[in-house]
Unconditional design. Structure first.
Length: 388
């Protein structure tokens, strides 16, 4: 998806006094995306995935909106920092081996109350007992249950939790309780549905089959665990799938983050179209040939399976990268209609493939509304925070 010329023109006017490279966030688009996430979630609250935001001011702004509740963090140290900064109800979506951060959580009454850490095996439970000792008692944990699809020996989805069945989940819950841990919830993240665009009949079929299997299996897992203990939450979904689970009676909350910024990986879904809210600008510094300009920087390639889907994309219609160079660490050639009219120092607007990762390259985010620059806020990096 390209960005309309009039929107790019407004961004240029709003940020005219800002030196490129920089990243901008269109607040009107952000708010429209937030409203759409809440609409697609139905009556379920949306827990904000901080990995896809990585800006504390934006997290706070989104959490102030109706329909959002709680944070889905990606690191224990990050969760502790967010709680000490005033946020609450933070679930860490990934298991952690950060002993220092875990000890910080169990050693502070408020952190212990507000932070929930993730486990997906009896091995995790035993490790927490080993490294935390008696201080582990009362630590809140959630169990991550594998939401991928398996057809025979074929595994379709990401490699996350080894736990799939009601019996396996119940074994972990019992081990956690016997160890003095407080089991607060379950998590089911369907990466093969939430994180893949609808790019062909085979993927649409995969999603339908996966959703049917997961809905049935999740209900069985939740029923088994609820027979053993009360659950504070059952988390499911992501930006690309939360609308699929709003009427699932066993799901109590949904998760989303990337849909707030609308990166290019979400351009190809059938059921929703987020507005491009975040983009970065890089300045023209060379004119190597007719029809080509070279911008400074720009090589902010996203994680995941290597390929062009992970490379940033020029935001203007008709502009493209050179296949032989793509986006480079210190220079990015761009070709397209009208580039010969650019002067040195003019901006090339680019969209990142993924959401929060882009902000690991910038200290601040410039907030734009219409044609006005209404504020500048620090990213995690700008606050001196890096959580891996």
């Amino acid at each position: 998806m390209t960005v309309p010329d009039d929107v790019l023109a407004r961004w240029d006017v709003a940020t005219s006094a800002v030196t490129a490279p920089f990243v901008a966030l269109d607040l009107d688009a952000l708010e429209a995306n937030a409203d759409d996430l809440v609409r697609r979630a139905g009556a379920r609250p949306v827990r904000v995935a901080s990995k896809s935001v990585r800006c504390r001011a934006v997290l706070e702004q989104v959490l102030d909106r109706p329909g959002f509740a709680g944070v889905l963090a990606y690191a224990v140290a990050e969760a502790a920092w967010l709680v000490r900064s005033g946020l609450g109800d933070v679930v860490v979506a990934y298991p952690s081996a950060d002993v220092v951060a875990l000890r910080e959580v169990v050693g502070d009454e408020r952190l212990r109350r507000e932070v929930t850490v993730m486990v997906d095996s009896v091995e995790h439970v035993a490790w927490l007992r080993e490294v935390l000792g008696d201080a582990r008692r009362g630590l809140g944990v959630a169990v991550d249950v594998d939401a991928s699809l398996r057809v025979g020996r074929l595994h379709l989805g990401v490699r996350r939790s080894p736990t799939r069945t009601p019996a396996e989940a119940l074994t972990i819950v019992r081990a956690a309780q016997a160890s003095g841990l407080e089991v607060r919830g379950l998590m089911f993240y369907d990466a093969q549905v939430a994180g893949l665009p609808d790019s062909g009949p085979h993927l649409r079929l995969l999603k339908r089959r996966s959703l049917a299997e997961l809905t049935e299996r999740r209900a069985a897992v939740v029923a088994a665990v609820r027979s053993e203990t009360d659950l504070g939450f059952v988390n499911a979904g992501g930006t690309g799938s939360l609308h699929r689970f709003g009427d699932d009676v066993v799901v109590t909350e949904l998760a989303a983050g990337s849909g707030l910024y609308g990166p290019t990986l979400f351009d190809g879904y059938d059921d929703f179209v987020p507005r491009p809210a975040m983009a970065f600008a890089v300045p023209v510094v060379r004119r190597p040939a007719p029809g080509v300009v070279t911008a400074f920087g720009g090589g902010y390639v996203a994680s995941g399976e290597p390929g062009w889907s992970r490379v940033p994309t020029p935001a203007r219609r008709g502009w493209s990268l050179l296949r032989a160079e793509a986006a480079g660490e210190v220079q990015t050639p761009v070709r397209g209609r009208g580039v010969d009219g650019l002067r040195l120092g003019d901006r090339v607007w680019m969209r990142g493939a993924k959401a929060g990762e882009l902000l690991e390259r910038f200290d601040s985010v410039h907030l734009v509304r219409g044609a006005d620059l209404v504020g500048t806020v620090p990213t995690y990096r700008g606050e001196g925070r890096c959580f891996g």
